[in-house]
Design a protein around this ligand. Structure first.
Ligand code: SF4
Length: 253
């Protein structure tokens, strides 16, 4: 796998509930077609094509940079997000997964927890490397439909594999979460959000957000998202799960 060199890795993020984050890979093999915001930014500012984007490149000096930057965050960072502009557990990308495990081990050794999010899967190796009680491992899950996954998340893990691996992390006593974002309107896919919620009823936290790309063709999307947010909140209350409704959904209410 090709590599790139960066000058800095950790940054304070402006993303809602973000704290600190890092991106130790450039590009993402999953190639989401929602489209992917990180890809759009890289296309605009670095002239990266879709074909280049789906050939990820490791940041070769990741560990060296973290060893310099992490001491400054000790006692300051609540947690570090992995990642907002790539996927740390890209499906079938062992080199990315290996580097992500090394990164987690290093961050945890400074007493800082991580919050990860993937459309790939977690393995036993990830569970073994996790060494902070507040680490939280998440998957993105916006539909249980494989047809939807093939169309919008072409190279990501099948949804059933994502859920299975997240459940295994939960069974290892590790905190888990699910990102239901970007949740599609019924004209994109007709589905029952209750089924989706039931499939991840074991998680500790749910984040819900709307489809944010272009103009929606669905009539009164704000109302639709208010109804969905209400269902997610009710589900969280019933199951004792923390729920975060993203700002865009709340404002539109
Ligand atoms: S998994 Fe995330 S970073 Fe990767 S292509 Fe999809 S949206 Fe972009």
């Amino acid at each position: 796998m090709e590599g790139v060199i960066r000058k800095q890795l950790l940054y304070r993020t402006g993303v809602e509930y973000g704290d600190y984050a890092l991106n130790h890979v450039l590009g993402c093999a999953h190639g989401c077609k929602y489209p992917c915001y990180a890809f759009l930014m890289n296309r605009r500012f670095r002239n990266i094509s879709y074909d280049d984007w789906i050939k990820p490149k490791l940041v070769d000096n990741t560990i060296e940079l973290l060893e310099k930057e992490l001491p400054k965050l000790r006692g300051k960072a609540k947690y570090i997000n992995m990642c907002f502009a790539t996927d740390p557990f890209m499906y079938n990308q062992p080199e990315v997964i290996k580097l992500s495990c090394d990164v987690i081990a290093l961050i945890n050794s400074f007493g800082i927890p991580v919050r990860t999010l993937t459309k790939g899967v977690y393995t036993l190796v990830v569970a073994k490397v996790s060494n902070h009680p507040e680490n939280s491992f998440g998957v993105t899950l916006v539909s249980l439909s494989e047809e939807f996954r093939r169309k919008y998340e072409p190279n990501a893990a099948p949804v059933s594999e994502r859920i299975k691996s997240l459940f295994a992390m939960h069974k290892c006593g590790i905190r888990t979460w699910v990102s239901i974002e970007p949740y599609p309107t019924p004209d994109i896919i007709a589905q029952d959000i209750d089924e989706l919620l039931e499939s991840v009823s074991f998680v500790d936290r749910i984040v819900f957000g709307r489809w944010n790309y272009g103009k929606l063709n669905y009539p009164d999307p704000d109302r639709f998202y208010r109804e969905m947010a209400f269902k997610v909140l009710e589900f969280g209350k019933k199951e004792g799960i923390e729920v975060v409704i993203k700002k865009e959904v709340r404002i539109s209410g």
